[in-house]
Every structure is written in C-alpha cells, then in structure tokens.
Design a protein around this ligand. Structure first.
Ligand SMILES: [Zn+2]
Length: 120
C-alpha cells in the first residue's frame, strides 16, 4: 500500500462513519495515524482494522477563545489499544476529564465527515 491509498481508505471509512486504525502484521502494534510503515518496528506489513469507536480520555486540554468559549482537544485511548489525537465534545452536560469514557461521533465539515469524540 502507498501513503495516498491508506489516506483515501481512511477517508472512505469516515464517510461511512467508521473509525479505522492500522495494525502491524509483524509486531502487532496498533496505531491510528495513516502511514504505510509501522512506527514501532519499521515493517510495511500493515492491515487496516475498524474500531468499535469506544475509548477513554488519556490526556486533554481546553483551548479558550477571546469570547470565553473553548474547545477541548485530547488524546483518546481506544479500547483496541491505539491512541489518537482528537477534538472532544461535551454533550448533555457531560464534562471532559482524564479517564472519562468517550465514543466516536462524526461531524460534517464542508460536506465531509470527520471523527471526533463525545464524552459519555
Ligand atoms: Zn510493527
């Protein structure tokens, strides 16, 4: 697989509201960032898996804007064992904090869907 192939496959999954990740066929390492070589062992024996979309907040930060509103960014650790950097949304009065459970949701930006996380 080439870089663009992996990225376009990711993008296709996003439009179907599915969250892909990559598993290394050699060392078993799982990662989200779409690339064709395992960052741990350097193997190009990789395959794409699909996440159930559930995880917990590993690290996070609130970025405040001038008007007092803020956005939450964090690193989410998925149940499958990989971590990804993402935007976290607080819905229904659920506040984001380290260790809190999240689930993937998809939001349309300029007509295309992208994954982010809602606190559950
Ligand atoms: Zn590997």
């Amino acid at each position: 697989m080439r870089d663009e192939e992996v990225r376009s496959m990711y993008f296709k999954y996003f439009q179907e509201e599915q969250l892909p990740f990559i598993q290394c066929g050699k060392c078993g390492h799982k990662f989200f960032y779409p690339r064709v070589v395992c960052p741990k062992c350097g193997s190009s024996d990789i395959k794409i898996g699909l996440s159930e979309g559930l995880g917990k907040i590993f690290a996070m930060t609130r970025i405040y804007k001038k008007d007092g509103s803020y956005v939450v960014y964090g690193i989410v650790e998925m149940n499958e064992g990989f971590r990804m950097y993402a935007n976290i949304v607080e819905e229904n009065g659920n506040t984001a904090d380290i260790g809190k459970k999240v689930k993937v949701i998809f939001r349309e930006i300029n007509g295309k869907k992208y994954p982010l996380f809602a606190v559950t």
